[in-house]
Every structure is written in structure tokens, then in C-alpha cells.
Design a protein around this ligand. Structure first.
Ligand code: BGP
Length: 467
């Protein structure tokens, strides 16, 4: 069994992480433009002001994508380029940039895959009504989506509405690592619900404006195992899924919330606030596929000690990650059977296959892997070649897992690595590299193809046979 004939071999980026040009051609400031400049928010004070300067070098970048044979390129649109103030007047220069990028991709037969929201909310909307905390954002978001559908829907078939709502809401409102930097469970639950409503409304509009397109959203997916066979750990595992996994997939892809957890959250936090019509709206918006961003699995245990949030390894210092948990529900423990990256993420290719089988069972929808990759400091040899063999090994094993999942009946439409080119990691700076293409930050951002670039080229040419 092999990959389907039209399988979308792809790679991804996101606007804030790759484009740079943060105030060029009328772009307005996003919450990340401000947040990353506050002391202590990002690794060594890094930000996306310049990033990989893809905004000015997109032609060069698309050309190397074409040489590689890439079938799809997933990128995000910066809302602040289209609407510098989040709403109101359109910035034509912004529309033009993405329109040109799309044409450039199509020139080489690369299928563009658009993410509408990859976290760079217009700061103006944060100031105006606290962004995702207010239902007012739904109409502004849908208006922004409409402009994108109308301008690009004639040429772009694949659309991802939200990138990892579980991450930008969880980190923004739960543990204060992303803007707006809050630790407020009630706001977290309400804001999360509002993202689901905005997603649903955008999908409904999409059906009218882009009838032949395909749309879904991408959730950060961490399938998990129970740390032992004990009933306590198994119940903790179930709570982990209902609290942080199905809690997100269900409203987006089934139009409902896991029942017990909904009761728990509403009793404990009085949230999410569900108004008349909300659940009907969620139910009525049908996605064409589930997007998943997969990096690692989790090992879950009971949490009698009441361990809470204890920070994240954002330095790349291996084994510095402490135990995290949600008091009363579960905690994360080390999986001794697996290797870990320097940022303490478990390397678990088979977890991807397991995760996809779980999704097939629960939602029975096609899947697009919208992100998968290895963050590492890549070795450079004496000749200046980037020998990222570790990345090649990582990707190879995950592609094998995809193959196995397809054999077991998963309808997998595409696979995008994270990331096409080295870019900014939100909290880990430029140190944590993911790309096929290296960016020399000491030499005018010159591009250089890594070992993995040539490897993936062969993978694509052989439709996944030559690994
Ligand atoms: C996902 C995001 C990406 C990217 C990736 C790698 O959560 O959608 O934007 O950053 O993770 O994560 P990190 O950069 O934290 O290593």
C-alpha cells in the first residue's frame, strides 16, 4: 500500500514567524509585534520584525520550493496586512502581497494552503474589546475571512481557519506565555468557545463563497498513554483527553463538548458561557478535514500531589523540563521508553499513527497533517553544509507512520512538515530550527539547502516510496 496519487507533500510556515517586514506597506501591529518586545516574554528577546524576510524574498523562496517538487505550501495570512486596524479600511498592498505569492506558487504547480489565523491578532482589536474575550471579534474575523475568500478563493482550494486554538488560547489565557499573558481559567474557557464560534461562522460563509474549496482547522494534537495499568492513571488519562484534547476537537468537528467536562468546567468556573444558538451554529458548520499539528505524545498519570504548571523548556537545555499537571485531574510524566529532543519533546512516530486512528474512530473525517517536524540546533560541517540527519530520521519515521495509518484506513490527504525554512519559534527564538532551508542570520539572511531538503525532494519524487 502506498500514498495516494494526489497526496499533498507539503511544508508550512506562518506569517509572523517567517515574513518579517513587520511594518512594511501599511501593515498594522499585531499582538505579537508588541508582546515579543516586552521584557522577559521570549527567548533572549527575539522577535519577528525581520524573521526570514520572506515578505521581500518570497520569489526566491518559492523557487527553491519548486526545485524541491513541493506539492503544497501552507502559509498564513497576517490579518494586520489586510486590515491594519483589524477592521474598517482594507490595505490593498496586503491583499496584493498574498495574491502575488499565490500566483507565484501556482506558476510552479504548488497548491497554496492558507491558514487564516496563526495567532497574530491585530493589536487594535485587542485594545478595542480585548480580542478573543469578546464576541465582537466574531464578526470582525468573519469579515476578514470574507475578504480573503473573495480575493483568493478563485485560486486557493485548501483553507485552515484556525491554527491551534488550544495553544493560543491555552498559552494566552491559561499559563500567560502568549499574549495577552493571562492566567484566568474562566476567560480561557470563554475565549476558546468564541474561537469555535468564529470558526463555524467562517466555514458557513466559505460554503457560499468558495463552493469547491476544502476547509478545516488545525488542532495541536498530543495523543497520550496511561503511565501505568492502575485505575487511577487510566482515569487520569481519560480526564486528560476530555480536558485538553476532545475539549477542542469536539466543538470544532462535532459541534459539541465532552459532556462530563462541560459540567465540571461550568460548575467550577462558570464557563464557557453558551448562549442560545451557539451549539446549533457549531453543529451546522461541517469541516471537510481535520488538521493536526503533531510533534509528540504525552504520558499521563494521576495527580494526587496537586502538581500545577511548572514552566516549559524554552532554552533547549535537555532534561530541564519539570513535571506539569492540572491539580485534581492529571499530570504529565516522562515516558522512559522514548527519546526526547533537546526541548524535551518525546519523539514518537507511532504516536502519530495511533493519534490518527483515534481521530478516525471518533470523527471519521479526512485528515491533513498541517505540521510535523523536529526542532533542533542543526550541525554544520567544515564545508558549511548543514547535516541535519536527525531531522531526516525524524521525518522518515513519521512518514512511515503515515503510510501505516493509510493502510489501516485513515483518509490522509496531505502531510506538511514544520517548517519549510528556518524561522522564528515563538518562545524559543531562532535557536530552535525546523527548516529544510537554513537562514544565515550573520550573513544577510542568505539561504542554504540542508541535507533534509535533498532527502525530502526524493521522498516527494517517489511519492513516499524512497525514504
Ligand atoms: C506549533 C505552531 C507553529 C510552530 C510549531 C513549533 O505549535 O503552530 O507556529 O511554532 O508549533 O513549535 P515551537 O516553535 O514552539 O517549537
Amino acid at each position: 500500500m502506498s500514498f495516494p496519487k494526489n497526496f499533498l507533500w507539503g511544508s508550512a510556515t506562518a506569517a509572523y514567524q517567517v515574513e518579517g517586514a513587520w511594518d512594511q506597506d501599511g501593515k498594522g501591529p499585531s499582538i505579537w509585534d508588541l508582546y515579543s518586545k516586552l521584557p522577559g516574554t521570549t527567548f533572549e528577546g527575539t522577535n519577528g520584525d525581520i524573521a526570514a524576510d520572506h515578505y521581500n524574498r518570497y520569489k526566491e523562496d518559492v523557487k527553491t520550493m519548486a526545485e524541491m517538487g513541493l506539492k503544497t505550501y501552507r502559509f498564513s495570512i497576517a490579518w494586520t496586512r489586510i486590515f491594519p486596524q483589524g477592521a474598517g479600511k482594507i490595505n490593498e498592498k496586503g491583499v496584493e502581497f498574498y495574491s502575488n505569492l499565490i500566483d507565484e506558487l501556482l506558476k510552479y504547480n504548488i497548491e497554496p494552503m492558507i491558514t487564516l489565523y496563526h495567532w497574530d491578532l491585530p493589536q487594535a482589536l485587542q485594545d478595542k474589546y480585548a480580542g478573543w474575550e469578546s464576541r465582537k471579534i466574531i464578526d470582525d474575523f468573519v469579515e476578514y475571512a470574507k475578504v480573503c475568500f473573495k480575493n483568493f478563493g478563485d485560486r486557493v482550494k485548501y483553507w485552515i481557519v484556525m491554527n491551534e486554538p488550544n495553544v493560543f488560547i491555552g498559552l494566552g489565557y491559561g499559563i500567560a506565555l502568549h499574549p495577552p499573558g493571562l492566567k484566568d481559567r474562566k476567560k480561557e474557557l470563554n475565549a476558546g468557545h468564541i474561537t469555535a464560534l468564529a470558526n463555524a461562522k467562517a466555514i458557513k460563509l466559505f460554503r457560499e463563497l468558495v463552493p469547491n474549496g476544502m476547509i478545516g482547522s488545525s488542532i495541536a494534537y498530543g495523543p497520550a498513554y496511561s503511565a501505568s495499568e492502575s485505575i487511577e492513571d487510566k482515569l487520569a488519562l481519560e480526564r486528560y483527553y476530555n480536558y485538553g484534547v476532545w475539549w477542542w476537537f469536539d466543538p470544532y468537528f462535532k459541534g459539541e463538548y465532552p459532556e462530563e467536562m462541560l459540567k465540571y468546567n461550568q460548575e467550577k468556573y462558570g464557563a464557557p458561557e453558551i448562549l442560545d444558538g451557539d451549539m446549533e451554529l457549531l453543529k451546522s458548520a461541517k469541516s471537510d478535514f481535520i488538521g493536526i499539528n503533531y510533534y509528540c505524545t504525552q504520558m499521563i498519570a494521576d495527580n494526587k500531589e496537586g502538581i500545577g504548571y511548572n514552566g516549559m523548556n524554552n532554552t533547549g537545555e535537555k532534561n530541564s523540563q519539570k513535571e506539569n499537571g492540572v491539580p485534581g485531574l492529571f499530570k504529565h510524566v516522562r515516558n522512559t521508553k522514548l527519546e526526547y529532543t533537546d526541548w524535551d519533546w518525546a519523539i514518537d512516530p507511532d504516536g502519530l499513527r495511533y493519534g490518527m486512528l483515534q481521530l478516525k474512530e471518533r470523527y471519521n473525517l479526512p485528515i491533513i497533517i498541517s505540521e510535523n517536524g523536529l526542532g533542533a540546533v542543526d550541525p554544520i560541517d567544515e564545508e558549511g553544509n548543514i547535516q541535519d540527519t536527525q531531522r531526516v530520521d525524524y521525518l522518515r519515521e513519521h512518514i512511515v507512520a503515515c503510510k501505516n495509518a493509510i493502510e489501516e484506513g485513515v483518509d490522509l490527504l496531505g502531510y506538511c512538515t514544520w517548517s519549510y525554512i528556518d524561522l522564528l519559534s515563538w518562545l524559543n527564538g531562532y535557536k530552535k530550527q525546523y527548516g529544510f532551508v537554513y537562514v544565515d542570520r550573520k550573513n544577510n539572511l542568505a539561504r542554504k539547502k540542508k541535507l533534509s531538503y535533498f532527502w525530502y525532494k526524493k521522498v516527494i519524487a517517489s511519492n513516499g516510496e524512497e525514504l
